[in-house]
Design a protein around this ligand. Structure first.
Ligand SMILES: [Zn+2]
Length: 331
């Protein structure tokens, strides 16, 4: 029995992206794996009156089980209403779908949006795969994000990734032939909490500043596809106070460096209308848990340390929405 996202009270990304591109802000796309993350996301979105994308990776599905995540998303909509939001705009999105079958499974089971990531494939295969997913998804009013250009990962050398950047000359052909609703591009962001090595950064007033995003490429893409929704992956800022807390209370995170928030705020004002943030939530959760456990060694009730963890994530989500993406008061 298939479940439509519409029965769950979720929405697809179409209208919210159109409004975000026009309004010069970006919708937050927060990954979640646990109930506490879901609660923090919903509380932050309701408090700031922001639309929000709750995204689930393949890893999240393996960790938490797809059925449970779908019901958490359904719970998220009802919870938002309970918190006083009459018309919550919540998207349940598959992050980095790697096959047609996985995308289909999500579409059939309550997701309102999916990403098909064929960015590692040769160009024509990427087009064919994305097109196949779009054709299936659009029958059910589910929106599709595709990717062009490869994001540097933790192991890759970001400074040498020029050839991985999205090629602006390909975007019109790709968007037209696939029919995708949004396009993830590569302009210098990357996945994980170690986006840059200190050697790639410049030391400014004792702070390591990473190389800027390729705004020239973004501008070229915008020129080729006016008003088309653009997505940035790997856009955590890796707050240094959270890293310091983790390290102070027994953690060991060396040279964790993210994308400066000013860069993301600048991107939000362009056609970039979805910004993916995952690592910052992990850092906020871990920092709060480590601190609580170190300061309260005799406590063992998970609620005791998950409560401050949830609070800390909520604070981070609100900060992103209000101070970085500008999606507050957009419901
Ligand atoms: Zn990603």
């Amino acid at each position: 029995m298939a479940t439509s996202y519409k029965e769950l009270g979720l929405v697809n990304t179409k209208e919210m992206f159109a409004k975000a591109v026009k309004g010069g802000y970006a919708i937050p796309a927060f990954n979640f794996n646990t109930m506490e993350q879901m609660q923090a996301i919903v509380m932050a979105a309701v408090e700031t009156k922001s639309p929000v994308i709750m995204q689930v990776s393949k890893g999240a599905r393996n960790y938490a089980n797809g059925t449970i995540l779908r019901n958490l998303a359904k719970g998220a909509v009802e919870y938002a209403k309970e918190l006083g939001c009459e018309n919550p705009q919540i998207v349940l999105h598959l992050d980095h779908g790697d096959s047609f079958e996985l995308c289909k499974d999500c579409i059939d089971n309550g997701f309102s949006s999916v990403m098909i990531d064929g960015s590692h494939l040769p160009y024509e295969e990427n087009v064919a795969l994305a097109k196949k997913v779009v054709e299936y998804a659009h029958q059910f009013d589910v929106t599709v994000e595709a990717e062009l250009g490869v994001l540097a990962g933790v192991e890759d050398e970001v400074s040498a990734a020029e050839s991985h950047y999205t090629k602006p000359e390909e975007v019109i052909d790709f968007a037209t032939r696939t029919g995708c609703d949004s396009l993830a591009i590569s302009i210098g962001t990357s996945h994980g909490a170690h986006k840059f090595t200190p050697a790639q950064c410049t030391l400014v007033n004792g702070v390591l500043v990473p190389p800027p995003l390729a705004f020239d490429i973004l501008a070229e893409i915008e020129q080729k596809l006016p008003g088309f929704p653009i997505v940035l992956h790997g856009s955590s800022s890796v707050p240094q106070d959270e890293v310091a807390t983790i390290n102070k209370f027994g953690g060991k995170l060396d040279a964790a460096i993210g994308i400066p928030e000013e860069q993301l705020a600048k991107a939000s004002k362009s056609a970039v209308c979805k910004i993916n943030i995952d690592s910052d939530s992990r850092l906020a959760m871990t920092a709060a848990i480590r601190q609580y456990m170190a300061e309260n060694p005799s406590h063992f009730d998970p609620r005791q340390y998950l409560k401050p963890a949830r609070e800390n994530m909520k604070k981070m989500y609100i900060h992103k929405i209000v101070n970085v993406l500008g999606s507050d008061n957009k419901l």
